[in-house]
Design a protein around this ligand. Structure first.
Ligand SMILES: *Cc1c(COP(=O)(O)O)cnc(C)c1O
Length: 239
């Protein structure tokens, strides 16, 4: 194996052990939390090595980087999660290739993603990204900077997705705010997920937890964790 392959294998193994320990500590079934490896800023050759190590799901946050990498890795049969801020004018392009869009956070994106899914002839799974920042933290929506729908806006957003013929509502996604104990933030997420799943029984996915807080996310019921730097190393400092 190449040095890079050895490095990825060792780091992936460490993260898998952390995940297994977090599942056990939370009384969750072994293997019940899905690992989405966030490969943004890293080359398609890393994605290929990761697939060889058994990774099934990858996350990307920038278009067209995500599109190009997926095209290079089409033969690997991976599930591609788009986890980045969605500019309105790019949503249609992302909807053309993503398997899951985790960052749907405003009604304007629904029709664009729905049309893209119709055109490609395959339904698109979506998660609603919810802001855990609390009211008064500034305007939501990626066009304005911060991402994530306000919790109060989730019911209307969910209804819009359910009314879209080519979109499948699968659950919620969130990022713990900087500067707050992630356990506290994820407890709020777990509380708002309860009524959400009651109203949308097919939308049980909960994507939460990254390199620094996957344990807290699993304890709060995450079904998917999105881990980048703990496996691939640090990204360029500008991001
Ligand atoms: C980059 C990113 C991650 C991965 O973050 P790490 O701290 O590198 O694990 C997870 N979720 C989202 C939305 C991201 O943009």
């Amino acid at each position: 194996m190449s040095a890079r392959a050895d490095e990825l294998a060792a780091d992936l193994d460490r993260v898998r052990q952390r995940l297994a320990a977090a599942e056990a500590a939370a009384g969750r079934e072994p293997g019940s939390v899905r690992l989405v490896v966030v490969t943004k800023y890293f080359p398609a050759s890393d994605v290929r090595l990761l697939a060889g190590l058994g990774v099934t799901d990858v996350g990307e946050n920038r278009h067209p980087e995500a599109r190009d990498k997926k095209a290079e890795c089409e033969d690997l049969g991976l599930v591609w999660h788009y986890i980045g801020g969605l500019q309105s004018n790019k949503a249609g392009q992302v909807g053309a290739y993503a398997d899951v869009v985790e960052s749907l956070d405003r009604p304007k994106l629904v029709a664009r993603l729905d049309r893209a899914a119709a055109e490609r002839g395959r339904p698109l799974d979506v998660l609603l990204q919810v802001s855990l920042d609390g009211p008064g933290a500034g305007p939501g929506g990626s066009d304005g900077g911060r991402a994530g729908a306000e919790p109060d806006d989730l019911p209307a957003l969910a209804a819009a997705v359910e009314a879209a013929e080519h979109l499948s509502l699968r659950g919620l996604m969130a990022v713990a705010p900087l500067g707050e104990d992630p356990a506290t933030a994820f407890a709020r997420l777990a509380a708002l997920r309860e009524p959400f799943v009651r109203d949308h029984p097919g939308a049980t996915a909960l994507s939460a937890g990254m390199s620094g807080d996957l344990e807290q996310a699993v304890a709060a019921g995450a079904t998917h964790v999105r881990v980048g730097s703990a496996i691939l190393g640090s990204r360029p400092a500008t991001h």
